[in-house]
Design a binder for this molecule. Sequence first.
Ligand code: GTP
Ligand code: MG
Length: 461
Amino acid sequence: LNNYNHTIVALSTPAGVGALGVIRLSGEKAIAIVDDIFLGKKLTKQASHTLHYGKIVNHKKVIDEVVVSLFKNPTSYTGEDVVEISCHGSPYILQKVLELCIAKGAALAKPGEFTLRAFLNGQMDLSQAEAVANLIASDSEANHLTAMQQMRGGFSSEISLLRKRLIKFASLIELELDFGEEDVEFANRSELINLLDEVQLKIKQMTSSFQLGNVIKNGVTTVIAGRPNAGKSTLLNALLNEDRAIVSDIAGTTRDSIEAVLNIKGLPFRLIDTAGIREATDTIEKIGVEKTMEKIRQSAVVVYLFDVQNISWQQMLEDVATLNIDDVAHLIIANKTDLLNWQDLAELEQKGVEKFGARFQMIQAKNKHNIGAVREQLYNLIISNKVQTQHTVVTNARHYEALSRANTELQKVYDGLNNNISGDLLALDIRSGLNALGEITGEVTTDDLLDSIFRDFCIGK
Ligand SMILES: Nc1nc2c(ncn2[C@@H]2O[C@H](COP(=O)(O)OP(=O)(O)OP(=O)(O)O)[C@@H](O)[C@H]2O)c(=O)[nH]1
Ligand SMILES: [Mg+2]
């Protein structure tokens, strides 16, 4: 682990031409290395958090005029000496400056190495470090919000709080073991059961937020399915407000599925327009239909669309049954209502709402009629009854896995308490639970345990 003494360098802005480009260094020699190629004030003599104008030179040849920022250990992002060189954003200049830094002894940073160092140097915990990556990758409001919360430590502080309470519980039991034969019971068992209930509830809230968190991070896969010519591609275009998919009155127009991202109130939906489902006549179409069924199985939301003039209510119900989407969030949408007279329209609406409630909608995709209502329904399918975004949302599969493991271990403690198992076994299970939780933040558990015993109790008394 301790192979982090060398100084690293990397281009911190995107590759390519820009107004400015920033090269960042971190490590013991960061300031000295830049000083070596910098014409201006002596950087090693300057204070932390200062900016310096000067020139980057190679054997007296000026490469660029730059501004250098200094952040000295420990008040920097990584906790080490950090230098940022703001150059003009020419790929040539940036490459030259990078090469010069390397020639003076810096090593090219590995992906994420600045943040890894920040974690190793205690500037942030593991889940916060992970949030930095999420923040940089965030491309929607909801995504940004959850990453921001996690980076500020909202998630970590909830975990630490849970851990602290469990550590106390464990240390009381450990203390009992020290007293051996005396048969003391410091840890009030019914209080412990209450605490476990509480902790498990909290863990459950966090793990159940994972589905939403995952959706926020990766987008809600939403398949638009239905018979050929139902107007699926027209609906996709209307939702996106652009002509993305080819639309025609020839059945079987869409053969390969088309994907596009639709942002609804900050929630990304990955819309997938598919080939219409029917008894395929040619091989290519057959493959398309099989692919559609596969996409439906993998998606979080299914939008079933039908042409009101083309198929009967009964045929529509049969289609929906074949799709097998009872357990998936879905919408049933009647399209081309412009082709119905008002009596048929009223009848359809009544039947639809009776059968499907808020999951039913009548639209005219071509005229973009009721498209806003569909967007609203999609959003509600995901957000309603789910965790509010101001609560902790778990977006990371590693955290989810660790939380689930912690829950399993704590269940063992719970069962153990009910079966009066020995204190050493109880303590062991609690430790496993603590370990799992500690993996999320990167804390070391055994030290904590000892620490807690000595802090909260006076053994000598
Ligand atoms: N009258 C009417 N026609 C519509 C409406 N929506 C779509 N259409 C027409 O229906 C035809 C089929 O539309 P598409 O969007 O290509 O249908 P699709 O479901 O994608 O068809 P495939 O890709 O072949 O499976 C086109 O001629 C559209 O203009 C509507 O609301 N009213
Ligand atoms: Mg189509």
